[in-house]
Write a protein that binds this ligand. Structure first.
Ligand code: SF4
Length: 347
């Protein structure tokens, strides 16, 4: 929703300034899906707005709900015919997180990721990014499906973990964070927002200086340059040493916790040596009390990789704890609808 354009239009047709407040609340807080629903506006104004403006910059092509009611994925068609995917996740009842995409496809080419296999098509605009949150707000407001057992229809978190590398589209991503945290619009707290990167050092420094209260997650997956080069091409530009320096600067500036995402791939990065190497690397960064490793099962996107067994996953966590590193085994939501980490690919 391009609210500035709408505000300008209201001025041009001579509407009073309090109208914009009513419209902002209806769109961003109440999650209306058509101006017709704003009963505080005159019929004539509602008609004019519906004729001249669209609340969302895309249309929903398909919506897939997981049977357990904990995740929903939407395929959205943009005005230029490109598609993107966005996911709504409920880690616990009444707690909803939106996972937003920042690009159509991704140029980073991580070998285990379905989005990476699509290649890069284009950057999303700040409006297209924030509209994904509006879309899910409208969805939750309109839902009648009891299997979701919704007690509280509000969205508590926004995570930049969908399609694309957020730091490759920083101009629009940073603008989208400003819109999400704007008190007159979405009014999210900065700490309710998380940005996940495959490891772009310059981006980490920008996040620390522009949004020190926004959470940072690093998709690390390998703590060995040779392996990381092989599976995550970003490492050829920003290797583990550059990432370490960026994180040290990040801690100096923010003193905030960083989440280290680690997908466990059978025989590729899940041995005792891999765990010990990861613990050594994280310790070399310093501030280990501010580093938390999330161990994530791999969601099959092709026949190239397999997820580590439960036994290996538990052992990996134990080795990390023995090495003095905090770690949690995360349940990956959305695998059934291919809406989990690394599975978004506009299928
Ligand atoms: S894991 Fe993230 S950075 Fe890597 S290819 Fe997939 S979307 Fe891009």
């Amino acid at each position: 929703m391009d609210i500035e354009k709408l505000e300008k239009y209201l001025g041009e047709i001579g509407e009073k300034s309090f109208r914009i407040k009513q419209i902002r609340k209806a769109v961003f807080v109440d999650g209306i899906s058509s101006f017709e629903e704003i009963s505080t506006l005159s019929k004539e104004l509602r008609k004019k707005l519906d004729e001249n403006f669209k609340i969302l910059s895309f249309s929903a092509e398909n919506i897939l709900e997981a049977k357990d009611g904990q995740s929903v994925k939407a395929l959205l068609e943009l005005s230029d015919g490109n598609f993107l995917e966005t996911v709504l996740i409920s880690p616990k009842p009444g707690d909803w997180s939106v996972c937003v995409s920042t690009q159509v496809g991704c140029a980073m080419g991580c070998r285990f990721c379905a989005t990476g296999k699509m290649g890069f098509k284009r950057n999303l605009t700040a409006e297209e990014i924030t509209d994904q949150v509006l879309f899910w707000r409208q969805y939750l407001n309109g839902i009648k499906n009891l299997k979701f057992k919704i007690k509280n229809c509000d969205i508590s978190n926004v995570v930049y973990m969908g399609m694309g590398e957020p730091f490759n589209n920083w101009k629009e991503v940073s603008e989208s964070i400003r819109i999400l945290t704007n008190k007159d619009l979405f009014a999210f707290g900065s700490r309710s927002i998380s940005v996940s990167t495959s490891g772009i050092a310059e981006g980490i420094e920008k996040l620390a200086s522009e949004f020190p209260q926004v959470n940072l997650a690093i998709s690390l997956h390998f703590a060995n340059d040779k392996k990381r080069d092989e599976f995550m091409p970003v490492n050829k530009k920003d290797n583990l040493e550059s990432l370490k320096i960026a994180l040290q600067k990040y801690f100096q500036k923010t003193k905030r916790k960083v989440f280290v995402e680690y997908i466990l791939l059978e025989d590729a990065n899940d041995t005792k040596e891999d765990a010990q190497e990861l613990a050594r690397y994280l310790k070399s960064i310093g501030n280990t009390h501010l580093l938390h490793v999330n161990l994530i099962g791999y969601n099959t996107t092709s026949g190239d990789f397999r997820s580590s067994s439960g036994n290996r996953t538990h052992k990996f966590k134990e080795y990390l704890l023995l090495g003095g590193i905090n770690a949690t085994i995360r349940k990956s939501l959305g695998e059934e609808i291919k809406g989990a980490c690394g599975q978004l690919a506009t299928r």
